[in-house]
Design a protein around this ligand. Structure first.
Ligand code: PLP
Length: 393
């Protein structure tokens, strides 16, 4: 038996490993030192009360025969699918509940969804990018067309005369750059995908962080998207579900390729490969969409947004170029003095004990840039920003 040899083509996931090694070495040399961890992509605030109450109630339901639930429908609790379709309606995206699939989170879906496309596909990945896009496609044996982006276009590339791709990834708000795609830019990609028969995979994991009124939260706010796009979203960053796990994927009924409806294919896939998401977790997830739940998750997001403001003010004072922060929990800055990403990482660690993420880890065009996350504590963020101003001012 020869296993999947594509695994041999994966590069070591060296970014976070390397960061861990370097911080460990620093702490060994400086016992008792405190590090300001501004690199984490995980949330730090707990679930909100509305979710906790719903989870407790759902646990109690499972203790009583009359309210006990066994297997859940593979594509999700119909009520939750309806609720999420309603959430989209508020954004002027008209979807039916049957177009919404409940999942265990975006990462799972980003890997599993490749089942829809078959083998030997060409996929376009705009970089800098969330590393899982590249790795999932290497494992699937697909050919990756890397589309580098840069400061000149605000790290938001436009379609051009490029190799034709079967699948195109768009992540807005973006990890790692925090940049957002405008309505016009998304329309360009939707038209491009419809023209070239490609499918857009739109990662909306950070949609809840958008504060600019005119920035779309969903690809389905764009005319023409229903015939070319799939959207993958998650409650991880919206509502602190990173360890609780709940997400949703939207596949419109109108999305067809070669006479096959991708929505129907996904129903077949889910009924084959999953037995649905836990009843308890879906009840917790439903609470996010209640009036109380929405209020509470927005309060938590505001805490991260205040952190972003503190960091952005520091960079503004220093006159350093950056993007992100306003509509995303990430800030992407140019390393000062022409430093490389890893050089700047070492400099911050050694001089002010601040740990961020070198941009080069998100694709070659990220070299010379650096990512700060806003998911840390307000106290640490404030101190890290002050240290940054003192060091670079
Ligand atoms: N997509 C992007 C762009 C992310 O940054 C992340 C997590 O950091 C995910 C998806 C994964 O989210 P989930 O926790 O739902 O698997």
């Amino acid at each position: 038996m020869i296993p999947n040899t594509n695994y041999k083509n994966l590069k070591d996931s060296y970014l976070f490993y390397h960061i861990a090694q370097k911080t460990k070495a620093y702490l060994e040399q400086h016992p008792g030192a405190y590090l300001y961890r501004m690199g984490i992509g995980d949330v730090s605030l707990p679930l909100c009360d509305a979710v906790i109450q719903a989870l407790h109630k759902a646990v109690d339901d499972q203790a009583v025969k009359a309210s006990f639930h066994g297997y859940m429908p593979e594509c999700g609790d119909p009520e939750l699918r309806r609720t999420i379709a309603g959430y989209y309606k508020k954004r002027n995206a008209d979807l039916s509940p049957e177009e919404v699939f409940i999942s265990s989170g975006a990462s799972d879906e980003l890997g599993d969804i490749l089942d829809l496309f078959g083998r030997d596909k060409k996929v376009m990945i705009m970089e800098p990018a969330y590393p899982a896009y590249v790795d999932a496609n290497i494992i699937a044996g697909n050919t990756i067309i890397h589309i580098p982006s840069g400061e000149a276009e605000g790290f938001v590339p436009q379609p051009g005369e490029r190799d034709r791709a079967d699948v195109i990834y768009i992540c807005s708000p973006n990890n790692p750059t925090g940049a957002v795609f405008s309505r016009e830019r998304l329309k360009q990609w939707v038209d491009y995908a419809n023209r070239t028969d490609a499918v857009l995979l739109f990662d909306a994991a950070y949609e809840a962080f958008i504060e600019d009124e005119d920035i779309p939260h969903s690809i389905f706010e764009i005319e023409g998207a229903k015939t070319c796009a799939i959207e993958i979203c998650s409650l991880s960053k919206t509502a602190g579900f990173t360890g609780t796990r709940l997400g949703y994927t939207v596949i419109p009924r109108e999305l067809e390729r070669n006479g096959m409806r991708l929505n129907e294919m996904w129903i077949r896939n889910r009924t084959t490969k999953t037995n649905g998401v836990s009843y308890i977790i879906q009840k917790g997830g439903a609470a996010v969409f209640t009036e109380e739940g929405q209020k509470q998750v927005r309060e938590r997001i505001q805490v991260y947004k205040k952190n972003a403001k503190v960091l952005m003010e520091a960079l503004d004072r220093l006159g350093i170029w950056y993007c992100g922060g306003k509509n995303a929990p990430y800030i992407w800055m140019r390393c000062p003095g022409g430093m490389g990403s890893w050089e700047f990482f070492d400099y911050l660690l050694q001089e002010i004990q601040v740990v961020g993420t070198p941009g080069e880890g998100f694709g070659a065009c990220g070299e010379g840039y650096f990512r700060f996350s806003t998911f840390g504590s307000p106290e640490d963020t404030k101190e890290a920003a002050e240290r940054l101003v003192k060091l670079l001012g």
